[in-house]
Design a protein around this ligand. Structure first.
Ligand SMILES: O=P(O)(O)OC[C@H]1O[C@@H](O)[C@H](O)[C@@H](O)[C@@H]1O
Length: 239
């Protein structure tokens, strides 16, 4: 943290999350906004690469709480010419972390966006499983990220025997991650309608065994008129 700003987003402070693996310049909970994945602007949008300001910090019933803010500026407008406000509230409980993301259209014209919380979890990848996705529609980016294959998840437990990069549309609001390190983690949400599982396998040979990304996402476009807002919550809980 530098002064009143955090780079990119709040890092997850629980022991379930990776903080910047040495060989991969990402970790914690980067924000993908206003674009998930590749598209007209930089991969996953600009929000993860810029400084957010701290607008509020307090202790709520014993739990540290911080609210971060991002607004449009000349840099964001060079890629996405809209006025917006993003507020990200993080509450650290004893065994869980809650995050609430609110996007407000402060422009006088409508805009649309996609988004994700690209959460990194510490893991021993050979022992990782994710439960709860059976029956969801899938867009599998393996083998061709530019032409994802449509399908349906048939497994009770998704494991990571190799490269995994898959979007789950209409994912359930609760998933259970076994990180292979002895932790079971429930990832629940409100209004993050989709999910993404990602492990790069040999594309990141030096670090892939040590993390997994389980992402709450909004792959289907959100449209907001002037003054309208969108809110989604995520809770990560060790059980
Ligand atoms: O390397 P980046 O930009 O942080 O993205 C990592 C991965 O993020 C995932 O969310 C995407 O589904 C993958 O396709 C992508 O490779």
């Amino acid at each position: 943290m530098e002064g009143s700003q955090w780079k990119g987003s709040a890092l997850c402070q629980t022991r379930c999350c990776v903080q910047r693996p040495e060989t991969h310049q990402s970790g914690g909970i980067p924000h993908c906004f206003p674009q998930f994945g590749p598209g007209p602007m930089q991969q996953h949008g600009f929000a993860r690469n810029v400084n957010w300001s701290i607008t509020d910090s307090e202790v709520t019933e014993g739990d540290p709480t911080v609210t971060l803010e991002l607004k449009d500026d000349s840099y964001s407008r060079s890629m996405w010419d809209f006025s917006f406000q993003a507020l990200y509230k993080v509450v650290l409980h004893s065994t869980s972390l809650s995050t609430t993301l609110k996007i407000i259209n402060t422009d006088d014209k409508p805009f649309s966006f996609t988004s994700a919380l690209h959460t990194y979890f510490s893991a021993s990848i050979a022992g990782v499983s994710v439960k709860g996705l059976k029956g969801s529609k899938t867009l599998n980016k393996d083998p061709d990220p530019k032409n994802p294959l449509e399908g349906k998840e048939e497994r009770d437990e998704v494991t990571f025997p190799g490269f995994v990069d898959c979007v789950y549309l209409g994912a359930p609001s609760e998933l259970t991650l076994d990180n292979g390190l002895g932790d079971k983690i429930v990832i629940s949400n409100t209004n993050w309608s989709d999910a993404v599982l990602w492990n790069p396998h040999l594309q990141m040979e030096a670090c892939y065994k040590d993390f997994v990304c389980v992402e709450n996402a909004k792959i289907e476009t959100v449209q907001l008129g002037p003054k309208e807002s969108w809110v989604a919550e995520q809770k990560i809980e060790l059980i």
